[in-house]
Design a protein around this ligand. Structure first.
Ligand SMILES: [Zn+2]
Length: 189
């Protein structure tokens, strides 16, 4: 278990409770700090994706300028999310943390800047909404091979992984390329 220094300058992924609006707004709303009315997140770009059981998406890191924060909400089904701190000035650099997200709970995962993110899908027809506070830039989206993060969750030969993610470097190689600034684009725009 990772302990977090509250004075850390580096923000890490965390679960927020979201109120379901029982009308056409659904789950989509600004995320507010608990106990205050301060908005910590407002979406600019929104993506909806449907995945099959055992699909793995990511792990990806956005290096757009300014870097985007993401909010992940599962509206149908269940996932295990993984996020990794990629800030080499942080004590938690390179550490992966996992979160279970289910449509049965009114929760969202906030993924701050410099935190890589990916997930394993646990149910068929899992529906996920990803909100970003900056426009998505496909040319600044970098991939980490996801296999090492989910070997305890499923038999990895049953996982559905994109070609791009299968060919991606593992975490150690990725982080050294990131900080030597030798990451190459893994996808054309
Ligand atoms: Zn950190």
């Amino acid at each position: 278990m990772v302990t977090e220094n509250k004075k850390s300058f580096c923000q890490h992924s965390k679960i927020y409770e979201v109120k379901k609006n029982f009308d056409s707004r659904g789950y989509l709303q600004p995320i507010r700090e608990v106990g205050t009315n301060k908005i910590v997140f407002k979406a600019q770009d929104i993506y909806i994706s449907q995945s099959k059981k055992f699909a793995i998406r990511g792990v990806h890191l956005q290096l757009s300028s300014p870097p985007a924060k993401k909010i992940i909400t599962v509206i149908e089904g269940e996932i295990i999310a993984v996020t990794i701190c990629c800030n080499n000035k942080c004590k938690l650099f390179g550490q992966a943390r996992k979160f279970e997200l289910s449509s049965k709970k009114s929760e969202a995962l906030l993924v701050p800047k410099l935190q890589a993110f990916g997930y394993l899908v646990l149910e068929n027809k899992t529906l996920i909404i990803t909100c970003m506070d900056q426009p998505y830039d496909i040319t600044k989206d970098f991939a980490i091979n996801p296999v090492e993060f989910f070997t305890n969750d499923i038999q990895i030969n049953r996982a559905i992984i994109s070609d791009r993610d299968q060919k991606a470097s593992n975490l150690d190689v990725f982080l050294s390329k990131l900080h030597n600034k030798t990451l190459s684009k893994t996808r054309k725009s």
